[in-house]
Design a protein around this ligand. Sequence first.
Ligand code: ZN
Length: 182
Amino acid sequence: MSDKLELQLTLYPDPILRRVALPVEAFDEELRETVAAMLERMHSSHGVGLAAPQVGLGKRILVLNPSGKPEDALALVNVRILERSGPTTAFEEGCLSFPEIYAEIQRPERCRIAAFAPDGTPIERELDGFTSRIVQHEYDHLEGVLLVDRMSPADRHRLKPALQALVEAYKSPRPAASAKRM
Ligand code: ZN
């Protein structure tokens, strides 16, 4: 048995979450191992989506699984959002980088994406509903944009003590709790 790659979550306010992730250049075995480890981390942390910066990797890779069924797992490499459309809807989002924090976030209902599968196969898709929302959330991570930037001023005020607690915890780390987050 070879050593399996195990990835740990990067929590707010770790500065890596603020960096713009770089494109993947090689669609090789290392990429496929990274994707497999990201999927495992997402599932074991009870998330529905995970972007590479959330496990300390500054690469344009994201994984998602809107239903939680193994066959619905999806990995997108070098994903681009070509277009966002439809009415803007509000949804209470969580984030694996913000344990125990939930905020209502406004996003367009639909998006059209282009990406690559981990084996280099091009993917182009129209997404709507929950899948579209997850992809837009995870794409934000690749740009260094976080939940805290998208929440309403009222939520930011309401969540100020919880956000401050994360800043304190970052200075003296503790284990992350688990819930349904992306
Ligand atoms: Zn997130």
